[in-house]
Design a protein around this ligand. Sequence first.
Ligand SMILES: NC(=O)c1ccc[n+]([C@@H]2O[C@H](COP(=O)([O-])OP(=O)(O)OC[C@H]3O[C@@H](n4cnc5c(N)ncnc54)[C@H](OP(=O)(O)O)[C@@H]3O)[C@@H](O)[C@H]2O)c1
Length: 321
Amino acid sequence: MSAVAVKMDTMRTVPLGTTGLEVPNVVLGVMRIGESTDDEVRTLVRTARDAGIDFFDHADVYGPEVHGCEERFAEALQLSSSERAEITLQTKAGIVREGPYFDFSYEHIIESVEGSLRALRTDYIDILLLHRPDALVEPEEVARAFDELEEAGKVRAFGVSNHTPRQIDLLRTAVRQPIVANQLQLSITHAPTIAHGVASNMVGLEQSVTLDGGGIVDYCRINDITVQAWSPFQAGFFNGVFLDSPDYPELNAVIDRLAKVYDVPPIAIATAWITRHPAGMQVVLGTTTPDRVTGAAQGSDIPLTRAEWYELFRAAGHRVP
Ligand SMILES: NC(=O)c1ccc[n+]([C@@H]2O[C@H](COP(=O)([O-])OP(=O)(O)OC[C@H]3O[C@@H](n4cnc5c(N)ncnc54)[C@H](OP(=O)(O)O)[C@@H]3O)[C@@H](O)[C@H]2O)c1
């Protein structure tokens, strides 16, 4: 049982890979701002900044058109160069929407980054992630693109998303720069990367099957790669949030009870389930509702006990054998 009610008003930071940078452990993803007005974008970003979030997650493919959300963000904010320097801009390359297919070729990576620089109206991207593994990847081509982008000062750090341990090892055969982050889908209800380890060595239990090549979260901890959790409140793959969902009565009962214990909104408990993990993960919020950003930010540093963390995990339907 939690001994004390703790109310956090500061954002906890975590190391970003081996960069030496300390970054907030709750960040704002802007995949869904494509149709937002200038005022809505400004209010959302101002609310995030007030909560200690100065890290924004983009991708070339977000928005009604390619580079659409990057453009919406930059156009609405009209950042001066000193304001630009105050924030961390992360974006992604590697998905071709028409198809769809994945493309980690030298030409595609360079073209995508040039497009992101233009859309974001900036000279540099802080972190570039390879968005989804390309089955036809040539590590030497990725290395050539990364070297050129780094030497030109256009990208400062590099990472991946949705990658398995072996896929990262393969990139590392040629890529010189450290892989600083791996962005993975992770919420209490969608947690295969964590749940399989809890059920390891069990026979006939679907949860014990590793779909990711095995132990990606442990691999990231061992190799100083920051895990970034995307869709932190979605029940599954873009099928609606579990918060207040009638499909998850037991989970919401536990979330609501813990929200009272810690004197925070329920969304903060769902956030804390991720920030409490000792890997030092970042939670990538996708909401466009300012109040939800403020509420989620309160989950940055809630010291859930082991009993509470596992209770949430079990209430979401996972087995603890
Ligand atoms: N690397 C990848 O492959 C990948 C894939 C997908 C996303 N991402 C990144 O992850 C970010 C987050 O993804 P996501 O938007 O799917 O995550 P999310 O934060 O779990 O979901 C946010 C969505 O749920 C809605 N929502 C409804 N009720 C809510 C509630 N009670 N609390 C919070 N949200 C509620 C929000 O609506 P309102 O906006 O109306 O609040 C919004 O549409 C994206 O912006 C993107 O940066 C990465």
